[in-house]
Design a protein. Structure first.
Length: 52
């Protein structure tokens, strides 16, 4: 577990998040641990990707 004061050694960019999202969607990925489907996730895509 990391401490709140530690930072990531590699910043995660918006491009990296978008690329990962596209790959999972192309592979027809399933709902995550929270049970949210892609259909539901896509309804609020920009807000949801921001959280990721």
């Amino acid at each position: 577990m990391t401490k709140e004061t530690e930072t990531k050694s590699l910043p995660i960019t918006k491009t990296m998040v978008w690329s990962a999202y596209q790959k999972v969607k192309a592979n027809r990925g399933s709902a995550g641990i929270d049970g949210v489907s892609f259909l539901k996730f896509d309804q609020r895509l920009s807000n949801n990707l921001y959280k990721v």
